[in-house]
Design a protein around this ligand. Structure first.
Ligand code: SAH
Ligand code: SF4
Length: 396
């Protein structure tokens, strides 16, 4: 028997939450605005109420269907109207600081956003689909003890623009915007989006919702709500809203089968425990009109990977249409856990499978570039800046 690791208290951290400060006198970014917000912005800049709806449609298509960033290229708008737009607005996406490509084709983008903060997005090509994993916050206020992002000190919510912008940056890099006049190409390089990067999406609900509305809009990027998966550590009060206001697929970072262990792995469990979480989940498929909930379960050697755990897991979720994604733990420097042995993971998967649930084992992707689940942590933190440096960069 391998020796079980000693009990590890959740990493408690000194979180610094930075409010976002918009550059004064700067141009307003049109990316990430909902159709209503875009309309209001255009009217405020002098577009007549009568024309506003048509202008929203035209500009929306240029930005999200064609991927245009320059008002001058919007050839179905009059020249003086294009000039008016350029005077008031910009079409701006996060800046790509570095792009790493793994031996397995996974691409990791380090992106710089306002205030000098950095976030990561990861593109994972597979045979039948291409999944883009995007971030919803810089860092995370939660402190799951197995997650690298949770050890990051600096936290701020991403704006809707910065969330949509990650999808746009990936499409830029993959050359996915349609070419005018070329035959319509239905193959999608970014065919799926998962909110599984840095941050807890349900602690940034409004921006995540608005961003996903933009991504789902049929006259633009046009990803169906069934191709978007939001992963949460279990912020119970926001789960019904996710069903009603976004309607995407849901993944839950479950990771343990007793409150005692889950308290330690996912400390937010102390606020909303397993029973409370499962109650909220029972309503999700009906409310969101989606089929199954994904339960994510990270395999930690000697911590949550026994046969008894597997049996308890299937009992707990019985009655919920579900699939269980087993995630071999991805190690990071200084991590207090080890990955379960392969045979253990397979034995666990087998019990879950025999109980009637799909139990895929997630192949770690992009490990050579630290792009796998839970390894994301931007260079802002790696450089270990002082609070003063970070605050001054953020313009505080
Ligand atoms: N905050 C959200 C989404 C981001 S984390 C959430 O917790 O669900 C995305 C997934 O990666 C979660 O299931 C998370 O538990 C898992 N994860 C985090 N660190 C990991 C690690 N080191 N190895 C494997 N999976 C990890
Ligand atoms: Fe935050 Fe998710 Fe990491 Fe937990 S697993 S610290 S909720 S990003």
């Amino acid at each position: 028997m391998p020796e079980a690791p000693a009990t590890i208290a959740p990493i408690t951290q000194d979180v610094l939450t930075i409010p976002r400060k918009l550059p004064e006198g700067g141009l307003r970014n049109l990316v990430g605005l909902t159709r209503d917000q875009l309309r209001d912005a255009l009217i405020a800049a002098g577009t007549s109420e009568k024309q506003a709806k048509m202008r929203v449609g035209q500009i929306w298509q240029w930005i999200y269907h064609w991927g245009v960033r320059d008002f001058a290229a919007m050839t179905n708008l009059a020249k003086d109207y294009r000039a008016l737009l350029a005077e008031h607005f910009e079409i701006s996406v996060p800046e790509v600081v570095t792009r790493q490509v793994s031996a397995d084709g996974t691409r990791k983008y380090l992106l710089r956003i306002a205030g000098g903060h950095e976030v990561e997005a990861v593109y994972i090509p597979e045979e039948t689909r291409g999944t883009l994993c995007i971030s919803s916050q810089v860092g995370c206020t939660l402190t799951c003890s197995f997650c690298h992002t949770g050890t990051q000190k600096l936290v701020r919510n991403l704006t809707a623009a910065e969330i949509v912008g990650q999808v746009m940056v990936a499409r830029d890099d993959l050359g996915e915007w349609p070419v005018p006049g070329a035959p319509k190409d239905e193959t999608r390089l970014v065919s799926n989006v998962v909110l599984m990067g840095m941050g807890e999406p349900l602690y940034n609900f409004d921006n995540v919702r608005d961003a996903m509305k933009v991504v789902m809009d049929g006259e633009g990027i046009s990803l169906s709500r069934r191709r978007i998966t939001l992963s949460t550590s279990g912020i119970v009060p926001e789960i019904a809203r996710t069903a009603e206001e976004i309607g995407c697929l849901l993944a839950i970072s479950f990771h343990a089968t007793t409150d005692e262990v889950r308290d330690r792995l996912v400390p937010v469990n102390k606020k909303w425990n397993i029973a409370t979480l499962l109650d909220a989940l029972r309503d999700y498929p009906r409310l969101s009109n989606s089929e199954r909930i994904t339960f994510e379960y990270v395999m930690l050697k000697g911590v949550n990977d026994s046969d008894a755990d597997a049996k308890r897991l299937v009992k707990l979720i019985s009655g919920i249409p579900a699939k269980i994604n087993l995630i071999p733990f991805n190690e990071w420097p200084g991590a207090p856990y080890e990955r379960s042995d392969w045979e253990r993971i397979e034995a666990f998967a087998d019990i879950v499978y025999k109980a009637g649930y799909a139990s895929p084992i997630r192949t770690p992707r992009g490990e050579d570039i630290m792009a796998a689940c839970g390894q994301l942590k931007s260079a802002t933190e790696r450089a270990r800046k002082s609070r003063a440096e970070i605050a001054s960069e953020a313009g505080l």
